[in-house]
Write a protein that binds this ligand. Sequence first.
Ligand SMILES: *Cc1c(COP(=O)(O)O)cnc(C)c1O
Length: 240
Amino acid sequence: MTEIDENVQAVLERIGRAALRAGRDPSGVTLVAVSKTFPVDMILAVHAQGVRHFGENRVEEAAQKIPEASGRIGSSSPIIWHMVGHLQSRKVRAAVPLFDWVESVDSIALARRLDTQVAALSKTLPVLLEVNVSGETSKYGIPAEPRAGVYTAVREIAGRAHLDLQGLMTVAPIVSDPEQARRHFRALRQLRDELLIHFPERALPHLSMGMTDDFEVAIDEGATIVRIGRAIFGERPCAV
Ligand SMILES: *Cc1c(COP(=O)(O)O)cnc(C)c1O
């Protein structure tokens, strides 16, 4: 096994153990391998270990890598591509044909633009509403408070015929001890539970939270999607 193969297996084992510790079924946690800054060769190596979900955060980079990766993999076990970064409105048109999920819907305006572009392709796009639960001003996402803003965003996205709102996503603050991120993950889950009461007709099954440094805590708090880059691919050349 190469180092990257070992990394994937180690991450999958840690996900499984964290789920079991939390009394959850490991199959209820999906690994999204965040491949930003890493080459297609490495994506293919991770794919060969059975990983099917990958994440990118920049449209230009994705436009280079996704067609190449798809071409080299073929149609038997395709990658499901997740957009996890902030999506500028002028890049929506280019992003929509590339991605299967957009986890980073962080404004009503973006939801509207996405809906229009997806409609033109006659498909439905699974999306997550990105929420800023920590209140850090550097973070994208709809602020978790006041709740009225979140309710408005959910109502707006849920009303879009070509968007399929699957739940919530958050990027927790960078902390030295993963336990310090717990309250943010818990806050996202609590928000989701409130939304289920407020919008009883919606399911909102997904919580995308947890990265390399804190995914086990996130799973303990109910993450159904973890977005992991460095633990699989190694350190990135610079902070992105
Ligand atoms: C880069 C990135 C990740 C993965 O971060 P790691 O610390 O490398 O695991 C997850 N989510 C988002 C939104 C990212 O931009």
